[in-house]
Design a protein around this ligand. Structure first.
Ligand code: ABN
Length: 184
């Protein structure tokens, strides 16, 4: 049995010596040195603290999509809406009516001013009838004054600064609609 213990002892001693040889004091000191120098130098390296760096790492990231800006030419609540190119008055869309309907308590003017406007969606020119809504005092909301192809007031037929309620029972002007009357 003794011989077995001796054999185990010798193997263990051999293993320990080999390990000590591989990971000796010098190796330990060398690793310690690397760790110390690395720890001291690393914080001195320049790096971007702004959070806005545009490096390669960021190039791989999908950029957040900017929300598409709404086109005012498509919004009937804006003076820039395409049908309003020759509009002069208060938008009925802001006054309880719509593009084609007068607000409750008012009636469409019997005569109107016709403009010609470009529809950006199909690139065609449309005839737009600007009928005033009559029978109530002015709405006062969303005043728009666009004058595409308008001509001076001495030519009544080509002037849009007119109260088109003049032919109605009540000449009181409230707001203006923009009705498609045909393709130019
Ligand atoms: N067509 C709108 C309007 C009404 C009164 C005065 C000027 C313009």
């Amino acid at each position: 049995m003794r011989w077995l213990f001796k054999l185990i002892d010798r193997h263990a001693e051999h293993g320990v010596r080999q390990m000590a040889h591989r990971h000796g004091r010098r190796s330990l000191l060398a690793r310690l040195g690397v760790a110390l120098v690395g720890g001291a130098v690393l914080p001195m390296l320049p790096f971007d603290r702004s959070g806005q760096s545009s490096g390669a790492a960021h190039a791989a990231e999908p950029s957040p999509r900017k929300a598409a800006k709404p086109d005012p030419r498509e919004d009937p609540l804006q003076c820039e809406y395409w049908r309003y190119c020759a509009f002069d008055g208060y938008l009925c869309t802001c006054c309880g009516g719509s593009l084609t309907q007068c607000p409750p308590g008012t009636e469409a003017s019997k005569v109107s001013w016709i403009g010609t406007c470009l529809n950006p969606q199909d690139g065609r020119q449309y005839l737009v009838s600007y009928n005033d809504c009559c029978g109530k005092g002015s709405c006062g909301e969303c005043l728009c004054n666009n004058n595409e192809r308008e001509r001076p007031g001495y030519r009544l037929g080509v002037h849009n600064d007119i109260n088109w309620c003049m032919a109605n029972t009540s000449p009181m002007f409230h707001c203006t609609t923009a009705i498609i009357a045909g393709v130019a």
